[in-house]
Ligand binder design. Structure first.
Ligand code: GUN
Length: 283
């Protein structure tokens, strides 16, 4: 039997409709959520992501400002810009698009952003709160995955969640969000031996390794929930995930497609965090 497809576009739309109501209430209180987006250099993918994020803001009535800088921007000048935005009352979220040029230390930059405006959830204060199961801004892709599963009423408690990938943006925070919901979590990564022994045990498999068609039928337990975070290109240059979708959908219970799965949820959670920050500014 073929798996149910988890429609990320539809779910993202559902959450964005809810956010519209929150934004209306904020505007009744004379607050327009504001996001500052900082882009340094000319990384093509970064330009595309930033454009998508700002378009999503505009559709919902979130104010966004783009600060675009040449590759030669100094770290000192970038720090100064963030410090200025930290103090700007109309800005509730600050997003510095990564990667940054080699001469700029991303850790220093992330730590300069006020935790109260850290809508990416990358600041050590946000990470510490997440790890200790406190309310904070959560990293958008992992949080989007959780919100997707909640929408689909897929239980997490007691389930074995296997995460492939240990990046600071996706893999690591995803594990903590699942652990906070009482899952049993296994992390796998590029140095894991006999990977399939682990993936086959997963009730929920989250793949964020960035390798086309890396996950095959023989890696999956019958009926598993398969979440594909991969954004790769196949031999024909088409967008595809880490999972061999056509093959794995015959074994999995539920599966996210690429495109149209996790991707739309990531941006939705950025909007969610920006609205949440604006709401907190009223308290
Ligand atoms: N680069 C790739 N993904 C992200 C993200 O989620 N946020 C930021 N700021 N940069 C990224």
């Amino acid at each position: 039997m073929s798996a149910d497809i988890i429609d990320g576009k539809l779910i993202a739309h559902y959450y964005r409709e809810q956010l519209k109501e929150d934004i209306s209430s904020l505007k009744e209180n004379s607050v327009t959520p504001g996001l500052a987006v900082i882009l340094v250099g000319d990384n093509h993918a970064s330009h595309t992501y930033v454009k998508m994020k700002r378009k999503a803001c505009s559709k919902l009535g979130i104010h966004s400002e783009l600060y675009q800088f040449d590759e030669t921007l100094t770290q000192q000048d970038l720090v100064a810009k963030i410090e200025e935005l930290n103090c700007a009352d109309h800005i509730h979220g600050i997003l510095v698009q990564l990667p940054l040029p080699q001469h700029i230390n991303p850790i220093t930059i992330i730590e300069t952003i006020s935790p109260s405006k850290d809508v990416d959830g990358f600041h050590p204060v946000s990470i510490g709160k997440m790890v200790t199961n406190q309310d904070t801004f959560y990293s958008c892709t992992p949080f989007g995955i959780i919100k997707m599963l909640e929408y689909e009423n897929i239980p997490i408690e007691g389930k074995h969640v296997v995460i492939l990938g240990r990046s600071n943006i996706v893999g690591k925070p995803a594990g903590h969000l699942f652990l906070n919901r009482n899952a049993t979590v296994t992390y796998c990564h590029s140095k894991t031996t006999n990977l399939s022994d682990y993936t086959k045990q997963a009730d929920i498999l989250v793949s964020a390794v960035g390798k086309s068609k890396f996950i095959r039928t023989e890696d999956i337990k019958q009926g598993a929930v398969v979440i594909d975070v991969g954004m790769n290109r196949d031999e024909e240059g088409r967008l595809c995930g880490d999972v061999d979708f056509n093959e794995v959908k015959e074994v999995a219970g539920k599966i996210t497609p690429v495109p149209g799965g996790v991707g739309p949820m990531t941006i939705t959670m950025l909007l969610y965090n920006t609205v949440k920050s604006a709401q907190m500014s009223l308290i």
